[in-house]
Design a protein around this ligand. Sequence first.
Ligand SMILES: NC(=O)c1ccc[n+]([C@@H]2O[C@H](COP(=O)([O-])OP(=O)(O)OC[C@H]3O[C@@H](n4cnc5c(N)ncnc54)[C@H](O)[C@@H]3O)[C@@H](O)[C@H]2O)c1
Length: 275
Amino acid sequence: MRFAGKRAVVTGGASGIGRATALRLVEEGAEVWIGDVDVAGGEELAATSNGRIRFQRTDVTKVADIEALMLAADAAGGIDVLFNNAGAGGAREPIDEIDADGWDRTQALLLRSVAMGIRYAAPLMAARGGGAIVNTASIAALQTGAAPTAYSVAKAGVLHLTRLAATDLARHHIRVNAVCPGFIITNIFASAIGVEGEQRTVVNQAIAGIAAHAQPVQRAGRPEDIAAAVAYLASDDAAFVTGTHILVDGGMLTGPRHSWDVDAPSLFDTLEAFR
Ligand SMILES: NC(=O)c1ccc[n+]([C@@H]2O[C@H](COP(=O)([O-])OP(=O)(O)OC[C@H]3O[C@@H](n4cnc5c(N)ncnc54)[C@H](O)[C@@H]3O)[C@@H](O)[C@H]2O)c1
């Protein structure tokens, strides 16, 4: 019960990582406000939470929506924890094809939203004596090939913003950290190709097969894996942790596949064939 008596705001809380984190925080005693554009998903989650979760329609690309969410949560008792997590794939074109609108939309969704979330929550948290902020970055912030260019740049920005915000807000006793998920089975992949409703389950099952073998830990990543790391960073267990990130990727970034998969050929295996 690390969050007994605490209040949290979770953006993108209607689905996937945000939903699992909202449930984890509630399980540990928190009351949670979720902000999301998915009204049906958000209201459904709130309705099944015994009043522990409240939903407010929030489009994180709209600064006024972010401010309204923070003010509503603060008026209901204050904000101790903020999880800036809402997101989607964004513009998919390579850098020599992307247009400025796609670039701007992606940065607004994934980077400006985090900056403005911090901007409007921090003064409210400071007035209560402090708090903890966690931002969702990605393995794509750290290496190429994991996601489209505009998305990856935004997530790299989230990591540096995390460090800068940690320094800016230290004087208010607010810690700021990030989590970098690896390949986690959520609706983000189906949404990126325009698949909605029940059909998403079919897409998710197909992706889970790939995800189970994409990293040294031989199973697909789950939203709950990320929720556990976020709960740690947001809790007093991480009281001496700020301005950094936790990679939760099943070991995906450890190195080339042949280093952990004995069946995957390495350069030397290939050369051996010519001996
Ligand atoms: N799933 C992965 O493998 C993975 C890996 C790295 C990072 N991430 C990041 O995790 C975060 C959560 O994604 P997820 O995988 O849980 O996907 P998801 O699609 O299950 O959840 C994302 C949520 O964000 C909401 N959302 C989208 N645009 C929004 C907007 N403009 N305003 C408010 N809410 C909005 C969606 O409605 C949805 O509820 C994202 O920031 C994503 O980039 C995911």
